[in-house]
Design a protein around this ligand. Structure first.
Ligand code: FHN
Length: 461
């Protein structure tokens, strides 16, 4: 068994449960796939969302000149520097890291952007790490709130103003296609640079944002989206952001969505194209996994590995691989996807801490991914303190995060006949003891020191 912290998938050779507790009605059909219960079988959205709902796991990549300043610029910790009103208008401070860091705009445009030169940029290495970690789609920032385009756009203020002599987006797309990875573009409607958005009108204060001249700015947004959707072939997903600003309206959102679906009808769009949870194709809670998931909706939580989306060299508050895996399982057990973020450094390298976590996750997924891919939410109304449950057709997967003191986990009797279960990593298909108790089934879980990654128990009925 691979050295992966005693990650063990146990499948139990079980004989059928001959009798069912009196009156136990079998739980609803165990047979549907992720999302099948969300839209009618004839709704084109179900077909559009199928790959995404089955994927369960993707990578978010926040990358660009924003990675350069980190929390310190020219020896000054601008972190939290709250400019006085006069200062704000005299030296428009620039949000190199949203509200974390403001540096003088001239420094941003005449120094950071001009000198951005990611000589180590290797999107194929990125995509291979995502694939080996078990991720099925990758979402790359093409335009974040700062308005800078990571591709050679139509109206400038883009990658051509840097030292990088190519098209990072084209290279990313090519790498994804080469390795069968679904392609997502992140795009923010909030724009701190465009003179017809917030631009130079005020020194930016996150998360505010304006659209000063929508009659000029909106056509520019559409031309940029059209450029992204016609220059690089089939794109699988658009991840919008910045929708919270007052000046972005549902009329703008509906017009943009219709425009997009006319260009690429199959494309999946997140809810942040609009103003509410139900806009677009799926809801996007951020940095949290809703306690009961998001009933009756496709949803995906996005999560940083440390605390920041773009690279910040001082941010060493890394979640452990165990926590990240538990979050992936938690989201899947509630019928959601998990979009795990990486912030490459200014040269285009994944941080070593990110690489280490992706590697551990990949080893766990190489044995346990069947309990994630194409798995639907737990059929049980209650949660379990020992871990989480996912379901795939007539199979249940018990993900044991914490081995109970008595060494057993308990499941309610859901009125099924158990046929066969055995460890995926255990070629001998050894089983674990289990018994019917308390109107349910109690299963013995092997020794599981706290430091180990989740154990998955599979029950086939
Ligand atoms: O400000 C952005 C942030 O940089 C990041 O892109 C996240 C991802 O969901 N969205 C905004 C914060 O909500």
């Amino acid at each position: 068994m691979r050295e992966i912290g005693a990650v063990i998938v146990y499948m139990i050779s079980l004989v059928s449960l001959a009798t069912r507790s009196q009156g136990a009605e079998p739980v609803s059909d165990l047979g549907y796939a992720p999302g099948d219960n969300l839209v009618h079988v004839d709704d084109p959205k179900r077909a559009r969302m199928k790959w995404w709902a089955d994927a369960r796991f993707g990578m978010f990549i926040h990358w660009g000149p924003d990675a350069v300043p980190s929390l310190q610029w020219k020896g000054v910790y601008w972190n939290g520097h709250v400019p006085q009103l006069g200062e704000r208008h005299q030296i428009p401070l620039y949000p190199a890291h949203e509200s974390i860091l403001n540096i003088p705009r001239t420094d941003w445009e005449d120094d950071v952007i001009v000198n951005f030169n990611p000589t180590a940029y290797d999107p194929e290495a990125w995509v291979k790490m995502a694939k080996e970690a078990g991720m099925k789609y990758v979402v790359l920032t093409t335009k974040h709130h700062n308005g800078f385009l990571m591709w050679p756009g139509l109206a400038g203020y883009d990658i051509r103003e840097t030292q990088f002599g190519g098209d990072p987006v084209a290279m990313f797309v090519e790498a994804c296609r080469k390795h069968g990875m679904k392609i997502g573009f992140y795009y923010s409607q909030l724009d701190w640079h465009d003179p017809d958005a917030m631009g130079n009108h005020v020194a930016r204060t996150f998360p505010d944002g304006w659209i000063v001249n929508p009659e000029k700015f909106i056509p520019r947004v559409k031309s940029q989206i059209k450029d992204l959707l016609t220059r690089y072939g089939k794109i699988d997903l658009l991840w919008f952001d910045g929708q919270w600003i007052d000046d972005w309206t549902m009329d703008m959102a509906n017009d943009l969505e219709a425009f997009i679906r006319n260009l690429q009808p199959h494309i999946i769009i997140n809810n942040r194209i609009g103003k509410s949870e139900v806009d677009g194709d799926y809801f996007t809670p951020e940095q949290t996994i809703p306690a009961t998931g998001v009933p009756d909706a496709y949803w995906e939580t996005c999560m940083t590995m440390n605390d920041t989306w773009f690279y910040v060299k001082q941010d060493n508050n890394w979640k452990t691989a165990k926590v990240l895996i538990q979050q992936l399982v938690d989201a899947a057990s509630k019928g959601g996807n998990y979009l795990l973020n990486v912030g490459p450094d200014p040269l285009g390298r994944f941080p070593a801490a990110s690489i280490a976590r992706l590697d551990t996750i990949g080893k766990w997924m190489s044995i346990n991914s069947e309990s994630i891919y194409g798995a639907a939410a737990s059929p049980f109304p209650q949660s379990f303190d020992w871990g989480r449950v996912t379901k795939k057709g007539s199979i249940l997967y018990l993900h044991v995060f914490t081995r109970p003191i008595d060494g057993n986990v308990w499941l309610p009797d859901i009125g099924y006949t158990i046929k066969h279960v055995h460890a995926l990593s255990d070629r001998k298909k050894r089983g674990l003891a289990y018994t019917r108790v308390d109107n349910g089934i109690r299963i013995e879980v092997p020794d599981h020191p706290e430091t180990h990654l989740p154990i998955v128990i599979k029950i086939t009925s």
